[in-house]
Structure formats: structure tokens, C-alpha cells
Design a protein around this ligand. Structure first.
Ligand code: ATP
Ligand code: MG
Length: 308
């Protein structure tokens, strides 16, 4: 990638990147923001996304061949913010063998018998792979915080459930991410920031369009009644866990074309920063390769097959 494209990408994503959460304010982020690009840029953005997807596929091959880094992409959002379709579009060119998506749902009873990071640990990407978390351990300071009865089901010892628990959980998550990054897991976290109005519009579309009926869940309408509590939980979580090694991207999500552009750009920026290269063979392996080449070329051509 040339220096000019790299610069353009860095400029595009800068307003959405949060790597020092201390002064983060969610109300400074407009869900309808399109980075100064009007809807006339939509087609150009789609073309760019197509090119980027090819480029990402190449980088992923290098990631795999090099086998040092793992990439973890975490997606969090309110319902209908476009998590699934963003993941689908941005990762569409990637070799499925090098990428794994895990969708985290309400924990099973077996999962509840463990600490909450247990199931995430098991789903972490191996070196050389990209792991996508569609929802994640962040639910532990989002949905669980909004609905304290869920915390009740976690069977924690009483003395550990204090009013400091959310702060403690955020500290533990930040420490976990620091641990992962020190082990070669490159982390990026995306909050797809949809507005309450746009969410209602998308729900209505799901109700009115028979082809989208299957996406509609009554629970989503109930959940939206806790909107403000969710937003302050998101704000607290981002404040406590946005770090240089595991930054958040607060991505405007009222316009899907722009959401995809920013997410793709942030992933490109990450992969570019890893300086991925195909591994070069050491001297003895190169000599072996040359010897094998000679041997292969010297092998007699097979005689034509005789009919039985
Ligand atoms: P979609 O609706 O697009 O299929 P989704 O991610 O909303 O995707 P659902 O099956 O609708 O998937 O919802 C998953 C539910 O699981 C969400 O309501 C989420 O809050 C809940 N969940 C995820 N992790 C946890 C957790 N650790 N504790 C409690 N609930 C959780
Ligand atoms: Mg859902």
C-alpha cells in the first residue's frame, strides 16, 4: 500500500479511534456522521471497499504464513446496528480457513459454572488467524449491568458482588486485553454507534418487509426501552478499556456504507501496522529447495499408460 493511501486511511479513522478513554464522551459522537462525505461518495466508498477486501485477503495470507500474530476483532452494538452485515461485507474476501467468527449468546449453564472469560479464551484466534467476536465479554458490563438479575444467575460468592463490580470487571477486561496483546494478539474493538431513531426505522422495516420478518425479535423492542442505561454502560466501558494496545472505534452506524468503510479502514490500518511479510527461508532450507528443484527436473517423464 502506498504512503498516500495509508495517510488517507489514517485521516479517515482518526476521529473514531479512542485509545485513551479517560476523557471519552459518547455524546460527542454523532451516529449519522459520514466524515464530511455526502451520499454522492457512496459508490466510490463501495468500490474502495471492494479493493480493500482483496488487499485484506492478501494480508491475511501473510499473517497465516508468518504465524506470529493473531488478530482479534470485537464487535459490540445495540440490535440492528449492522454487526452481522458489516462482518459479512468486510471479511467477504478472506480465506475461511484463516478466519473464525464466534457469536456470543446468553451463557449456557456449563459456561455459568466458570469465570466469564472462560468461553472467550476457548474462542481466541490461534496465531496466524483472524478471530471475530460478534458480541463478546463486554456483554458482562453491558447487558449484565442493565439487567442485574443476570448477575444473580452467575452464582458468584456474595461478598464479591459489590457496587464496585462493574469497575472491577472493566479493570479485569483491560488487563486481559493487555495480557493478550503482550502475547501477540492484535486487538481492535468496534462499537457500531446507531441512533435510537435509526434503530426504530430498521425494526419497522423488519416488521413491514416479509423478507426481513425473520430478523425481527420482540425482545429487541423491549431492550430498546433501556436505551439510556445501555448508552451510559457503553460509555463507562469504553472509558475504562480504551488503550493504545486495544483501542475502541466508535463507528457512526446510521449509514451502513460509511460504517463498513470505517471498519474496513481500521482493519487495514491494523494489518498494515503489523508489517506482515511472507517468511524468508534460511540458507539450509534454500539449498534444500534448490536441490529438490534439480531432482524434480531430472526425473524421467512418465511412460504413456498402457491399456489393460
Ligand atoms: P442477531 O439478532 O443479529 O442474530 P444477536 O447478537 O443480537 O444477533 P441474539 O441471539 O439475538 O444475537 O442475542 C444474543 C443475546 O445474548 C443478546 O441479547 C446478548 O445481550 C446476550 N448475551 C451475550 N452475551 C451475554 C452474557 N455474557 N450474558 C448475558 N447475555 C448475553
Ligand atoms: Mg438479536
Amino acid at each position: 500500500m502506498d504512503a498516500k493511501s495509508r495517510k488517507r486511511i489514517a485521516k479517515l479513522i482518526a476521529p473514531y479511534r479512542v485509545d485513551d478513554g479517560r476523557r471519552f464522551r459518547l455524546d460527542r459522537h454523532d451516529p449519522a456522521d459520514t466524515g464530511g462525505l455526502g451520499s454522492e461518495s457512496k459508490d466510490a466508498a463501495k468500490l474502495w471497499l471492494q479493493e480493500t477486501v482483496h488487499w485484506l485477503a492478501e494480508e491475511q495470507e501473510k499473517l497465516f504464513a508468518q504465524d506470529h500474530w493473531a488478530v482479534l476483532l470485537v464487535f459490540q452494538a445495540m440490535d440492528a446496528a449492522g454487526k452481522d452485515s458489516t462482518i459479512k461485507h468486510v471479511m467477504s474476501g478472506i480465506n475461511p480457513q484463516g478466519c473464525h467468527v464466534t457469536s456470543f449468546k446468553a451463557p449456557t449453564s456449563k459456561e455459568l459454572d466458570h469465570d466469564y472469560l472462560w468461553r472467550s479464551n476457548a474462542a481466541l484466534p490461534e496465531r496466524g488467524r483472524i478471530g471475530i467476536f460478534n458480541r463478546s465479554y463486554y456483554e458482562e458490563v453491558l447487558v449484565v449491568r442493565v439487567h442485574p438479575e443476570i448477575l444473580g444467575r452467575q452464582k458468584l460468592p456474595d461478598e464479591l458482588v459489590t457496587k464496585r463490580i462493574w469497575k472491577e470487571r472493566c479493570e479485569d477486561i483491560a488487563a486481559y486485553e493487555r495480557y493478550l496483546s503482550r502475547n501477540g494478539v492484535a486487538i481492535r474493538k468496534f462499537f457500531l454507534n446507531v441512533s435510537r431513531e435509526e434503530q426504530a426505522r430498521r425494526f419497522l422495516e423488519r416488521i413491514d418487509d416479509p423478507a426481513k420478518n425473520w430478523k425481527f425479535a420482540a425482545q429487541d423492542v423491549l431492550e430498546r426501552e433501556h436505551w439510556d442505561t445501555y448508552m451510559s454502560a457503553f460509555e463507562d466501558a469504553i472509558r475504562a478499556t480504551a488503550t493504545p494496545e486495544a483501542p475502541w472505534f466508535v463507528v457512526p452506524a446510521d449509514n451502513k456504507w460509511f460504517t463498513r468503510t470505517v471498519v474496513a479502514a481500521a482493519i487495514v490500518d491494523l494489518m498494515e501496522g503489523l508489517g506482515l511479510e511472507y517468511p524468508a527461508l534460511a540458507e539450509p532450507q534454500q539449498a534444500e529447495l534448490a536441490a529438490m528443484r534439480e531432482r524434480l527436473v531430472a526425473q524421467p517423464a512418465p511412460s504413456p499408460r498402457k491399456r489393460k
